[in-house]
Ligand binder design. Structure first.
Ligand SMILES: CC1=C(/C=C/C(C)=C/C=C/C(C)=C/C=C/C=C(C)/C=C/C=O)C(C)(C)CCC1
Ligand SMILES: [Fe+2]
Length: 558
């Protein structure tokens, strides 16, 4: 029997599903799950009992080195248990207007027993919930029960093709069955570990880049509701991981690997049917460029075609490749296409300097004195046309930081795309990248400015030396300045901006993030959107794995 002293906010209640229990069958003592009982102030300090489970020789084991241990950054370690929920003790003041739920999705389990995954993006999805209510903060996390996750738990081995991992042919064939499914996409994962969105009709869906990896969850309990089935016949295997979602529509891009191009589609709230807006053919290369995200303006869908292109062979290859599912084809050219949202027509298709981006920040139309759009401005987190960032995100590299400055430089890349028929567009840094330490990714904006002229972007930046973005940065695109927040030795996740209801200033609101601290713990962080100063934090019961993207679900008016 071991004991851990916990803050008064936590009360012990065991809630281990059998899958997790099996997975954890050996190794160090486990912490029981804990649920809140009453306000933190009302509770006494509590000793939580931790029982050591009997060691058995089982194929599935969590390896000690992969676990979150004190003194080691939790960001790159697997989630400690399948689920947890409870109230957190808040230091500082959460504004009373901040009522609603921040959900954040990401890969959180990077090992099956003693088998360790290679890449950050391989991990089985962990959804985390921060529920803000009248100054109080409730926290929970849970594994998403994709077919890939369930199969791995059941068979104690990887059964589907993840970002960089593929099952051994025997286990895959044993699980999925026929060889034909190998070519149909059935072997691809549905591990929805990349993002989470609330549709206009209130349904909450976790996403990855396979279409079948769209999974509906319950935003209150984090329970997996089931697969989100698209009822149209559009087919295809993959889509952008970042649809544009508003109260009135869901827009996404479907890359076509057979006839290289992209189809832009729209889905209305209350339906599961995507309708085609239009299609654009690729201008270069053997396959479409990777389209992890894309921006929109008021009237246009902006379709980036980057020279980091999908590689159909790599999608189905068993061995890891240098660029995973992709290949770098600088000779094929880089392009940006602009599609009219109303007609689906291509109104511009320009060649641009080579670029590597995963995340677009925003886009808008520049207009002349008659209100006619003359060009499109599209901003992204741009990795200086260097693909090495993908290898830097392998877990071995993330876990082996020894003080060297190894994070490749990134910048806010600003495209200017003329709408007058000119053949070329521009790409330049929107501000001196030194302002944010030459680190730049995982961005958000005030959603009220989506597709509109805007001034502020929030992102992860860098304080060097580092091997991963380790600051939060607020970028002022007008003054070309950044304000930076940093906790030495810590790794913050995507800063997510939530506007104050009734605000008139673009940065009137808060920025939410979750931080892995240097002691192996972690905390939820709330910064003032305007001053970028900390206003509240709340410690988690244990450090969490790094998460990717989130969404805000405001409390519904009653
Ligand atoms: C590409 C395919 C798949 C998986 C795609 C996934 C899981 C992509 C995830 C991409 C993410 C999270 C990109 C984030 C980038 C962040 C960066 C560059 C941060 C940099 C910091 O400096 C499958 C679904 C596995 C199969 C089809 C193809
Ligand atoms: Fe992303």
């Amino acid at each position: 029997m071991a004991s851990i002293l916990f803050s008064p906010a936590f009360q012990a209640t065991a809630i281990f599903p059998s899958t997790w229990s099996e997975l954890n069958r050996s190794g160090p003592p486990r912490l029981s799950s804990i649920l809140p009982r009453g306000r933190p102030q009302e509770l006494e300090s509590l000793k939580v009992s931790v029982e050591a489970e009997p060691r058995v020789t089982a194929p599935l084991q969590l390896v000690e080195t992969e676990r979150c241990v004190d003194g080691k950054l939790a960001a790159w370690t697997s989630i400690r248990q399948e689920r947890w929920e409870g109230e957190l003790v808040v230091e500082g003041e959460i504004p009373l207007w901040l009522n609603g739920t921040y959900l954040r999705n990401g890969p959180g389990l990077w090992n099956i027993g003693d088998y360790n995954f290679r890449h950050l993006f391989d991990g089985y999805a962990t959804i985390v919930r921060l529920h803000f209510e009248n100054g109080r903060l409730f926290f929970g996390h849970r594994q998403i029960e994709s077919e890939a996750y369930k199969a791995a738990m059941k068979n104690k081995r990887i059964c589907y093709r993840e970002f960089s991992e593929a099952p051994r042919p025997d286990s895959f064939l044993a699980y999925v069955g026929e060889l034909a499914s190998f070519f149909s996409g059935a072997s691809l994962t549905d591990n929805a570990n990349t993002g989470v969105v609330e549709l206009g009709d209130g349904r909450v869906v976790c996403l990855t880049e396979t279409i079948k990896g769209s999974i509906q969850i319950n935003p209150h309990t984090l329970e997996t509701v089931g697969k989100f089935e698209y009822t149209d016949n559009l087919g295809g295997l993959i889509h952008s991981a970042h649809p544009i979602v508003t109260e009135t529509e869901f827009l996404t891009l479907l890359p076509d690997l057979v006839r290289p191009g992209y189809t832009a589609v729209r889905m209305e709230p209350g339906t599961n049917e995507r309708k085609v807006i239009g299609r654009v053919n690729c201008r270069g290369g053997p396959a479409p460029g990777w389209v992890h995200s894309f921006p929109v303006t008021e009237h246009y869908v902006v379709v980036p075609e980057m020279p980091l292109r999908y590689c159909a062979q790599n999608l189905f290859r068993a061995e890891p490749t240098p660029l995973e599912k992709f290949e770098w084809h600088p000779e094929s050219g880089s392009y940006v296409h602009v599609m009219c949202k109303a007609s689906g027509k291509i109104v511009a298709s320009v060649e641009v300097p080579p670029f590597v981006t995963f995340h677009f920040i925003n886009a808008y139309e520049e207009k002349d004195e008659n209100g006619r759009a003359t060009s499109i401005i599209a901003d992204c987190c741009e990795h200086n046309a260097d693909t090495t960032i993908l290898a830097k995100l392998r877990l071995q590299n993330l876990r082996s930081f020894a003080g060297q400055d190894v994070l490749p430089d990134a910048r806010v890349g600003r495209f200017r795309i003329p709408l007058d028929g000119s053949p070329e567009g521009e790409l330049e840094a929107a501000l001196d990248p030194e302002e944010h330490g030459r680190g730049m990714d995982m961005c958000s904006i005030n959603q009220a400015h989506l597709g509109q002229k805007y001034r502020y972007a929030y992102a992860c930046g860098a304080q060097r030396p580092c091997n991963f973005p380790n600051t939060l940065t607020k970028i002022d695109l007008v003054k070309k300045k950044a304000k930076n927040w940093h906790d030495e030795g810590g790794v913050p996740s995507e800063p997510f901006f939530v506007a104050r209801p009734g605000a008139t200033e673009e940065d009137d609101g808060v920025v939410i993030s979750m931080v892995s601290d240097k002691n192996g713990g972690g905390y939820a962080l709330v910064l003032d959107g305007s001053t970028f100063e900390e206003i509240a934090r709340a410690k988690f019961p244990y450090g969490l794995p790094y998460g990717l993207h989130g969404c805000w679900i405001p409390k519904k008016a009653s």
